[in-house]
Design a protein around this ligand. Structure first.
Ligand SMILES: *Cc1c(COP(=O)(O)O)cnc(C)c1O
Length: 357
């Protein structure tokens, strides 16, 4: 029988690919669409990158990124065999699926959330269960439980993703709620903490108690290293060992590993920039609310702006014409709105002017 997709599997041909936010070419746009950090990485990290370029590029990197993992171990106060390094935390998410979910296996998460979860699940032929959860977006307080039904769904899933703080809402999930999921589930509970340095409480301290809990961290946002591609997975040694078997063989380059190590060793730099972003987020959300706009409390380096009846797309287009790039999501559950990354104060003043009353 003729095969429409040539050598490609039906499920790959049928799945939509991940749709990343736009990376516009050229300059001029105020870029608030992919949650990058507006401030540069630690100068120590930049020096380390330069030094790595000047010697050793003819040699493969350490396949297990030992020095980088040692820096993470010191920084997060866990044994080094509790850490795996990835080519971005996206790679750690992929490792978790490969290690813990087989073809036809079950993956559960609430929606809306990071859309890569469904893409990664589709690539391995897993079945996904999405629990619609509007997250009471008017709620002033950010940081709470998970919807009723998630623990039950997690109980017979192979993997349950919990994004805390979540995107695009910015809402954090409590430590107690994640511990409850880990207790309820026989499968893996993956706490995606890509934005945790901007708010919310980390569950790294719980990994000793739960052999089915994996915490992922990214150096893309709070450490300003999105271009370098660095992420971490933290969990008990047995789990981490299994994940490491599924990674690309030399998944973190020499330059990335040295840069990441220096960035982790300069916590002061990361914290200072995260605090600046948090201050700006609070100033801008207060200003928008004073104008009568609905902005749910965010624990991340972005916030959700409800666009009401106007919808997300028209606001996105209007802002783009004024030179401000944000991301829109027209989602039944969210209603229309845009997700706005927190930039510098000057960038956010341009956004505030462009968005109008
Ligand atoms: C940005 C992001 C990541 C991935 O970051 P990497 O750049 O791959 O480290 C993971 N999860 C969420 C929710 C994110 O927003």
């Amino acid at each position: 029988m003729a095969d429409e997709h040539g050598p490609v599997l039906d499920r790959i041909a049928a799945m939509p690919g991940y749709e990343p936010g736009e990376q516009p070419r050229g300059v001029g746009l105020v870029k608030l669409n992919t949650n990058e950090n507006p401030y540069p990485p630690s100068p120590r990290a930049v020096d380390a990158a330069r030094a790595a370029l000047e010697g050793g590029l003819n040699l493969y990197p350490d396949p297990s990124s030992t020095a980088l993992r040692e820096a993470a171990s010191a920084c997060y106060r866990v044994p080094v065999d509790n850490v795996v390094a990835g080519n971005g935390s996206d790679e750690v998410l992929a490792m978790a699926l490969r290690a813990c979910v087989g073809q036809g296996g079950r993956v559960v998460y609430t929606t809306p959330t990071y859309s890569l979860y469904s893409t990664l699940a589709a690539t391995i032929g897993a079945r996904t269960r999405e629990l619609a959860w509007p997250e009471q977006l008017s709620d002033e307080d950010s940081g709470d439980g998970v919807p009723e039904g998630l623990a039950e769904a997690a109980a017979d899933a192979d993997l349950c993703f919990v994004c805390s703080p979540n995107s695009p809402s910015g809402r954090a999930v409590s430590l107690e709620a994640i511990a409850g999921l880990a207790r309820a589930s026989r499968g893996l509970v993956l706490a995606d903490e890509a934005y945790i340095d901007f708010g919310g409480s980390s569950v790294i301290e719980l990994i000793g108690e739960h052999d089915n809990l994996l915490v992922t961290r990214s150096l893309s946002k709070s450490y300003s290293l999105a271009g370098m591609r660095l992420g971490l997975g933290l969990g008990q040694a047995g789990l981490i060992d299994a994940l490491a078997k599924t990674k690309d063989s030399y998944n973190v380059s020499r330059v990335a590993a040295t840069t990441g190590q220096a960035a982790l060793e300069d916590q002061k730099w990361m914290r200072a920039n995260a605090e600046r972003v948090i201050d700006t987020r609070e100033r801008v959300t207060a200003e928008l609310r004073a104008r009568g706009r609905r902005v749910p409390a965010s624990a991340a380096n972005f916030f959700w702006l409800d666009c009401g009846r106007e919808g997300g797309r028209p606001v996105f287009e209007r802002l783009r014409e004024s030179g401000v790039l944000v991301r829109y999501f027209d989602n039944e559950m969210l209603g229309g709105g845009v997700r706005v990354s927190v930039g510098t104060d000057e960038q956010m003043d341009r956004f505030l002017e462009a968005v109008g009353d």
